[in-house]
Design a protein around this ligand. Structure first.
Ligand code: PRP
Ligand code: URA
Length: 207
């Protein structure tokens, strides 16, 4: 399985354009974020296991496939909440955990202020965080989830920086990243360039 998927779909590029636009207000930003994360989550769940089953259509019996095996979505607070509704809409039986992390603005080091997750052993875990910048937050969250038993993990993000990808994959080569863009670089304060600014602030109208 590829360790990086950059979703190649015109709809994803169109939605990302709106998120990048500094003029997009929070209400529209939230709407675009939900729609784009649906596209990303569909891609991330492409290889979910299924089991054979049989149903009766109005005409006759038919062989069908049903999703087999639990999916757990874990948004990294706060910004990851912008990707959660798409996961619960697409996968009504998904279980949800939460990881509260904050990046220190000076050192860029993440600290954990909250972690509540269901059983992760044997589950497909979708870690939701729109921005993979230095990779510190994602790598830290993956370590926390592995300590809780996760072995099948994917990071779903909107924009990734090369520096973050390299860090995540050097610490966790088994984690696949599904994103809508691989951007150019980080600036000297750890923001992705060209990026879209501070996702959490734009999502929640704070700054
Ligand atoms: C942002 C973003 C990631 C992190 C990425 O969160 O949502 O979690 O930064 O940066 P990194 O790859 O360099 O670790 P932030 O700490 O700003 O918190 P917020 O979601 O509460 O806004
Ligand atoms: N977090 C964000 O929200 N944006 C960035 O560019 C980097 C980290």
């Amino acid at each position: 399985m590829d360790s990086l998927i950059v979703v190649d779909h015109p709809l994803a590029r169109h939605l990302l354009a709106g998120l990048r636009d500094a003029e997009t207000p929070p209400e529209r930003f939230r709407h675009l974020s939900k729609r784009l994360s649906s596209v990303l989550i569909l891609e991330a769940t492409r290889n979910l296991p299924t089991r054979q089953a049989r149903v009766d259509t109005p005409l006759e019996g038919a062989d069908v496939e049903l999703l087999d095996g639990g999916v757990v979505a874990v948004p990294i607070l706060r910004a990851g909440l912008g990707l959660l509704e798409a996961a619960t809409d697409l996968l009504p039986e998904v279980q949800v955990g939460y990881a509260g992390l904050e990046r220190d603005e000076q050192t860029l080091q993440p600290t954990s202020y909250y972690l509540k997750v269901p059983e992760l052993t044997g589950r497909s875990v979708l870690l939701l965080d729109p921005m993979l910048a230095t990779g510190g937050s994602a790598a830290f969250a993956v370590s926390l989830l592995k300590q809780r038993g996760a072995t099948d993990l994917q990071l779903v993000c909107v924009v990734a920086a090369p520096e973050g990808l390299e860090r995540l994959h050097s610490e966790h080569p088994d984690v696949r990243v599904v994103t809508s863009a691989l951007d150019d670089r980080l600036n000297d304060v750890g923001y992705i360039v060209p990026g879209l600014g501070d996702f959490g602030d734009r999502l929640f109208g704070t700054s």
